[in-house]
Design a protein around this ligand. Structure first.
Ligand code: PHB
Length: 358
């Protein structure tokens, strides 16, 4: 194994100290009423500043974009001020942090929506999957299909969140277009049954994604925008009948943007690494970030081979704030406690020991 995994890398305009990325991890500890993070999140992310790059937990771009209890937002002045504490704390430790911009689409519940309304989606088809509400797990509500003339408003919500992200001092943004949330719902022909310019052939299903990206590129240099896709994954019951064709089209168009990176969930989210991701990787000409069940051996081998530029680690980052140092020293990893992954306070969040304290 060479040391390449631990060597500096460039992702668009971002200079990273190493190739290990903290993947976005939903932890549900934001204020549920205001969507604000606080000192606890500042401490948590600062503890993990040794990562070459931190991608925040998925963060809703609007009240409508929320689908779980206790997730943070990036669309009010108070949320911006709260995130500023996080970015300052990470920067003080020499880290880099981007915020993941998220609209859940149909993966929501009326109890989490403004005015108790139905969530929105490409089509009025329920996801039939549980989400976490104030009453525990409940099946997602059947969405209403967005009207064609609402699309500019959706794009504007993303643009507003991107402006908020700049004000909050982030180093960039990641557009969440994976895992069966709004943009993935539009891309995949299972959830998207529209008959207008946003449904049908892939050129139409990808229209919202590229309108959003064009909007974001008016706020941030493209070299500070990353994107996350999950072509092979049926996570949140979003399936496509031809992932190679759908996502081949998307990746080839993305090449023209000069983005910071493509963050690909390889195979099934949290499951097998199989499917079309290798073929898509061949199409991609920019910085490639791999994600899904990587351990240090696989990460080092894939980086050494040149197939992968950056590796995003998810679950290991929950229990190992100093993951880079542990991998570098080949030190044992702390085990995470699944009971404290979602919700709660400092326990199971900021109390995992670093090596020197262990
Ligand atoms: C979740 O909250 O369970 C979640 C959020 C974002 C993802 C995947 C899962 O991309």
């Amino acid at each position: 194994m060479s040391d390449k995994l631990f060597s500096p890398a460039r992702a668009g305009d971002l200079e990273l100290a190493n190739r290990i990325v903290m993947a976005p991890l939903t932890r549900n500890r934001a204020d549920d009423d205001t969507g604000e993070v606080g000192d606890l999140q500042a401490e948590y992310y600062a503890q993990r500043a040794g990562a070459g790059l931190i991608i925040t937990e998925a963060t809703q771009i609007s009240a409508e974009g929320k689908g779980y209890v206790g997730t943070p937002g990036i669309h009010t002045p108070e949320q911006v001020a709260a995130w500023k504490k996080v970015t300052d704390a990470v920067h003080a430790k020499g880290g880099r942090i981007v915020v993941q911009l998220w609209h859940v689409g149909r993966i929501s519940h009326v109890s989490l929506q403004p005015g108790g309304q139905a969530p929105v989606g490409p089509s009025a088809i329920g996801a039939e999957t549980p989400t976490f509400t104030r009453n525990g797990f409940e099946t997602t509500s059947v969405p209403r299909a967005l009207e064609t003339d609402e699309m500019p408003r959706i794009v504007a919500d993303y643009v507003h969140a991107a402006e908020c992200a700049r004000e909050a001092g982030f180093d960039g943004i990641e557009l969440h277009a994976a895992n069966g949330y709004l943009l993935d719902q539009f891309l995949k022909d299972g959830p998207n049954r529209r008959a207008d310019a946003y449904g049908g052939p892939v050129e139409n299903r990808a229209r919202l994604l590229f309108e959003v990206l064009d909007g974001l590129a008016g706020v941030w240099a493209p070299g500070r925008i990353g994107i996350r896709l999950s072509p092979d994954s049926g996570f949140n019951t979003a399936e496509d009948s031809d992932p190679r064709a759908t996502f081949g089209y998307v990746v080839e168009r993305l090449n023209a943007y000069g983005l910071a990176y493509l963050h690909l969930i390889e195979g099934q989210t949290g499951g097998d690494r199989n499917g079309v991701f290798e073929a898509l990787r061949d199409l991609w000409t920019g910085t490639y970030m791999a994600n899904n069940g990587y351990d240090s051996d696989l990460a080092a081998a894939r980086v050494d081979s040149g197939r992968v530029d950056l590796v995003a680690f998810g679950r290991p980052y929950i229990a190992n704030p100093d993951l880079v140092e542990r991998l570098r020293r080949n030190a044992p990893l702390n085990e995470g406690d699944g009971d404290t992954y979602y919700g709660g306070g400092a326990e199971g969040y900021t109390d995992y020991p670093a090596l020197d304290a262990a």
